[in-house]
Design a protein around this ligand. Structure first.
Ligand SMILES: C[S@@+](CC[C@H](N)C(=O)[O-])C[C@H]1O[C@@H](n2cnc3c(N)ncnc32)[C@H](O)[C@@H]1O
Length: 563
């Protein structure tokens, strides 16, 4: 005869969290299953206000997954199902796993309430592949869940299991609270946290390097606790790399990459393989040299560059400013945009502008805001594109600005489509500038304008003297005023203006270097490597010196495609 309750899951029957005599001493990885008792789980959704949480994270995860063409998602920390439900609704094929039976039961119920049958699997991460079948495009581990793992060997083991459950080009998205700031500066509750249900208080009651104990109190007087392991951001990034992930990108909070000095959460996006690097037709060119486009892509995708550019420029623009009326980099950068807008006779709400090498997209947001035009941002760095897309959503430009991943030597747009093609300080990265101009000519409408700036060499520069300048960006040449004039006229462009303003380039690189030196320690603490910063500082000095020696050139140029 079968036992009456043989199929009842004992965890669902627990009615009290049990930590033993000394709760602070309890730092076991297995603890979580006894912490998420059913009564706490029932309260959990009061704690995670689903609407507020959806508002605060926006489309972040959906966009990250879609932008990379991911379809099958394993949610390893399903909890009560918030992300599983959102992603299922957004069209992803989601499997919902969790180690806690109580959580999964609640997630299933939450799915049912929304007319979904979640595919739930109870699985502890340390033995994930025992319970999970197949390989996934993406794994998500969200809501600070990973920090339930108290032992380093469990963390390594879980990451190895995640890695194994991913396809060869799969990604892992894993978030964590900003424990660095709690450990270094104490806990502050000025921030809006994920778990910000109006009436629920969530706060740490104890913190040391090995334990962050949180207390959750509810309006009915009930209280629950969680013992978490306060792992630091850079330690987590190292674990991910050591687990075999080739590239790890860390966001501060949902939308902003490092824009906030003190984000509440870090979100790590770990790529199993950086295969995308060969997307441009092979990792090396026929003569065995590296494709220059990969150099630019890898450079701008790197954490070092992203940290540096976000801080020193404010993460909107990274182009040369006009310093006649201001010494501030941000203001001067805006003034260049203003000047270019003034020069264009056909920029109005009927125009569509293509920005090639658009970076974080600050220029197009400003141009669209001020003129009412529409815009397409084409850029090779997906790290910048992600930031660009999120800022567009955040600032209400999503329907006016489309962000496209691609190379400006091969523009993925139809011929004769744009009134204006725009570019700021990007074409220097190309070793096929002639091809870039051909593409610009092709996609412009008859009567359309190409307006751009580009750091160049002087017409009569000495390439040998420029070697230190080339080296910073692994270039072996730069354009020049003469080069652009000749190339443009050969293609049939009318050269409307070449306004030479090389002194602005000199001031700009000088100011950026000053900014770097002033913020050196901060940039280091944000994760930029000393090697990168020192090289950058020397590289910028090389540009300043080359400008002083009359070897460089910069200005605004405008060409017209005949009517
Ligand atoms: C100095 S940043 C300028 C960014 C932006 N125009 C601004 O003013 O903020 C140069 C940009 O060119 C992009 N880029 C470099 N090579 C590219 C290529 N082959 N195709 C498309 N974008 C490229 C980089 O990703 C980077 O965003």
């Amino acid at each position: 005869m079968q036992a009456k309750h043989a199929s009842v899951n004992a965890e669902l029957q627990l009615d009290e969290q049990a930590y033993g005599q000394d709760p602070i001493a309890n730092r076991e990885t297995d603890l979580y299953r006894g912490e998420y008792i059913m009564s706490f789980v029932e309260k959990w959704d009061e704690l995670i206000d689903w609407d507020a949480r959806a508002d605060s994270e926006g489309q972040f995860f959906i966009d990250i997954l879609r932008a990379r063409g991911k379809e099958t998602v394993l949610d390893v920390a399903t909890g009560t199902g918030f992300h599983s439900v959102r992603l299922t609704r957004a069209g992803f094929n989601v499997t919902s796993a969790d180690g806690s039976a109580a959580m999964l039961a609640k997630a299933f119920e939450n799915g049912q309430k929304r007319s979904m049958i979640l595919k739930t699997v109870q699985a502890d991460w340390r033995w994930l592949n025992r319970d999970i079948q197949g390989k996934y495009d993406a794994i998500i581990c969200l809501g600070n869940s990973f920090t339930h793992l108290h032992d380093e060997k469990d963390r390594r083991r879980a990451l190895a299991e995640f890695y194994a459950a991913l396809k060869h080009d799969g990604i892992l998205i894993l978030d964590q609270r900003n424990y660095d700031s709690m450990l270094d500066h104490g806990y502050s509750n000025k921030h809006k946290y994920y778990y910000a249900g109006e009436k629920v208080k969530a706060e740490p009651t104890y913190i040391d390097e090995g334990l962050a104990r949180f207390n959750y109190s509810f309006p009915d007087g009930s209280e629950y606790t969680l013992n978490m392991c306060p792992i630091r951001k850079n330690y987590m990034r190292r674990l991910l790399s050591e687990a075999g992930f080739e590239r790890v990108r860390t966001y501060g909070d949902f939308q902003e990459s490092y824009a906030e000095s003190e984000p509440d959460f870090f979100i790590h996006i770990a790529e199993k393989s950086s295969l995308h690097l060969v997307r441009w037709g092979g990792a090396t060119t026929e003569d065995g040299k590296q494709d220059i486009r990969e150099v630019a892509e890898t450079y701008y995708d790197s954490d070092d560059a992203d940290t540096f550019y976000s801080h020193v420029w404010g993460g909107q623009d990274l182009h040369i400013g006009l310093y006649d009326d201001s010494t501030d980099i941000r203001t001067a950068s805006d003034l260049t945009i203003d000047e270019m807008v003034k020069m264009l006779p056909n920029l109005n709400q009927n125009a569509t502008v293509l920005d090639i090498g658009s970076g974080y997209g600050g220029a197009m947001r400003k141009v669209v805001r001020e003129t009412g035009c529409s815009a397409v941002c084409l850029n090779i760095s997906d790290v910048q594109n992600d930031t660009n897309r999120h800022r567009n959503i955040q600032q209400g430009f999503a329907d006016k600005i489309r962000v496209v991943h691609g190379a400006f030597e091969d523009v993925p747009e139809e011929a004769a489509k744009f009134e204006v093609v725009w570019s700021q300080d990007a074409i220097l990265h190309s070793d096929q500038r002639q091809k870039v101009l051909e593409e610009v000519y092709r996609v412009l409408k008859p009567g359309g304008y190409f307006i751009f700036t580009d750091p160049m060499q002087a017409d009569d520069a000495d390439p040998a003297a420029l070697k230190p300048v080339y080296d910073r960006l692994q270039l072996n040449s730069l354009g020049s005023m003469r080069f652009y004039r000749e190339a443009a006229q050969t293609l049939g462009f009318e050269v409307v203006e070449q306004r030479e303003m090389t002194h602005q380039l000199r001031t700009h690189y000088f100011r950026v270097r000053e900014g770097l030196l002033a913020q050196y320690d901060k940039l280091r603490s944000e994760g930029a490597s000393a090697e990168y910063l020192d090289k950058m500082s020397q590289g910028l000095l090389n540009w300043v010196e080359a400008a002083d020696a009359g070897q460089l050139s910069w200005g605004i140029q405008m060409f017209k495609k005949p009517d």
